[in-house]
Design a protein around this ligand. Structure first.
Ligand SMILES: Cc1ncc(COP(=O)(O)O)c(C=O)c1O
Length: 500
């Protein structure tokens, strides 16, 4: 192997944000489930269970989820938002965003912890149904819901369909009407609908941008002049918006019960300002619709997007802080507009499940690669550590340039920190698991690595690229593990191949 970076010296290949850790064995608490630690011999443990036992019994790669941590984070959201909004609207409905990670066990925990469930497809609805989640606690999202998905949602009696377009609104109204739900005297409920609006506020991590027009596929635009050519609107000064047109259309359908409006402004958001700006725009819209059409919009959903720590320096705000800031803005805005505070709901996914889980990998090939430094600055060595998974179990680095951190899991080490890049086993040079991290310099084949923060949008986005079997998800609780989603087998992989 090429010469190792001296102890304590930063690699010239390291990004500016990555400092050399004094102790590369130390776990940064914000990155891990609260019951992950180091046990005897320095081995990583979760809820008291050592990773070598997990590897021995279940193999790798594997997603390892702390059930207690999931439940605690779910409860924390519900408690924090309920407390902040208690005297404004009696609390908050927290819908766990199933798209981040969903299976029947998770749907069950969500219900047991007093949360509701946000789904985004017929498949996610099927999981909710299998888990026995009462329909009224489920929401259905999606920018291109099929008629079958809409019909299924109505059959399950979902608490709300979040309508994403004028076209969908008409289809929901027609499908609900065809079920006889608009027959006077009928006992069948009307379709409960929220309208997803695009408020022109977009947030990511520390900043938000506010524009009139959003260039994206989701939602009904609130920007003036975006209504259909034939829609005049309620003769306000500004030309009508697509959002206003949807309110007018929904109010005209007997088969629809219009609950309110919704927005989702982005993901991995650390600061409350973007949520606040969106809340103000939506509340102003609520007030405008009341005076223009006499339509009440008694519910307001502010979406998900609350950020988590992926890297040692990340410091997202706790839910209670965001909840208090938001409640203050909602109260002040409703007072200013002279409207009642709507029932508030939110849809966190990542902030509940993201940090509950780490992915356990086994180290295989290690390669030191000599890399040219910019402007004739000589060369440096980058150590590539290959593991037994990769972009098929975590697509986020490839999809979003997402950064992760990593820890040596089966032992601690006194070796000096070494800059490494952890890569997968796929036939893609972009198959990166952890782009830049310091690990002890003596990591070798057969060691176990744990990548924290893989609970959200990892298993959910996993694939069979290169015919790798998708890893399962183990829930660990009180020192015992159980599959909540089993890993795929070679038989699973071949089961849909219909032969020659
Ligand atoms: C409408 C909606 N709600 C909630 C979420 C959950 O976001 P997060 O997991 O970042 O909280 C998403 C994510 O894309 C979304 O699109």
């Amino acid at each position: 192997m090429a010469e190792m970076t001296a102890a304590g010296a930063a690699s010239p290949l390291a990004p500016a944000w990555l400092g050399v850790p004094e102790d590369p064995n130390r776990l940064v608490p914000a990155l891990w489930a609260h019951d992950v630690g180091r046990g005897p011999g320095g081995q990583l443990t979760v809820a008291g269970l050592p990773v070598a036992e997990i590897k021995g019994a279940y193999g790798s790669p594997v997603f390892v989820l702390s059930e207690a941590d999931f439940r605690a984070r779910a409860r924390a959201f519900k408690t924090a938002f309920d407390a902040a909004f208690a005297d404004l609207c009696g609390g908050v409905d927290v819908y766990y965003a199933g798209k981040s990670f969903l299976c029947t066990a998770v749907a069950t925990w969500v219900r047991e912890e007093g949360l509701r469930l946000d789904t985004a497809s017929g498949g996610e609805l099927a999981v909710a149904a299998r888990a026995g989640t009462p329909g009224e606690l489920v929401g259905l999202h999606g920018n291109n819901k099929s008629d079958a998905e809409i019909a299924r949602a109505l059959e399950l009696g979902v608490g709300r369909i979040i309508v994403d377009s004028l076209d969908e609104l008409e289809r929901v109204a027609a499908i609900a009407a065809a079920r006889g739900t608009d027959t006077p005297g009928s006992e069948a409920p009307r379709a409960k609908v929220m309208l997803r609006l695009t408020p022109g506020v977009h947030a990511h991590t520390h900043e938000f941008i506010a524009t009139a027009h959003e260039d994206q596929k989701f939602g009904l635009s609130m920007a003036p002049g975006t209504a259909s050519a034939g829609f005049a609107g309620a003769a306000t000064e500004a030309p009508a918006s697509m959002a206003e047109e949807a309110v007018a259309a929904a109010a005209g359908h007997d088969s629809i019960e219009l609950l309110g409006v919704h927005c989702h402004i982005g993901s991995q958001i650390f600061e409350p300002e973007g949520f606040e700006a969106a809340a103000v725009r939506l509340l102003e819209f609520v007030a405008a619709m009341r005076s223009a059409y006499g339509v009440a919009l008694p519910e307001l959903d502010l979406g998900g997007g609350y950020g988590i720590a992926y890297l040692p320096g990340d410091a997202p705000r706790p839910p209670a802080e965001i909840a208090r800031a938001l409640a203050g803005v909602v109260r002040a805005t409703c007072d200013r507009l002279g409207i009642a505070v709507p029932r508030i709901s939110i849809e966190p996914g990542r902030a509940i499940v993201g940090s509950t889980t780490f992915t356990l990998y086994e180290v295989g090939t290690i390669k030191d690669v000599v890399v040219d430094l910019p402007e004739g600055g000589g060369t440096a060595v980058r150590r590539y550590i290959s593991v037994d998974g990769g972009m098929s179990d975590n697509a986020r680095p490839v999809l979003y340039d997402a950064d992760y951190s990593v820890a040596l899991a089966n032992r601690t080490s006194d070796a000096a920190p070494q800059l490494v890049r952890v890569v997968g086993k796929h036939c893609e040079s972009g198959d990166i698991v952890v782009r830049d991290a310091y690990l002890p310099g003596d990591v070798r084949a057969g060691d176990l690595l744990a990548v924290p923060g893989t609970g959200a949008y990892c298993w959910a986005l996993s694939s069979n690229y290169n015919y790798l079997a998708r890893p399962g998800v183990l829930a660990v609780r009180d020192g015992a593990a159980r599959w909540i989603v089993r890993g795929e087998t070679e038989e699973d992989l071949l089961s849909r191949d219909m032969g020659a």
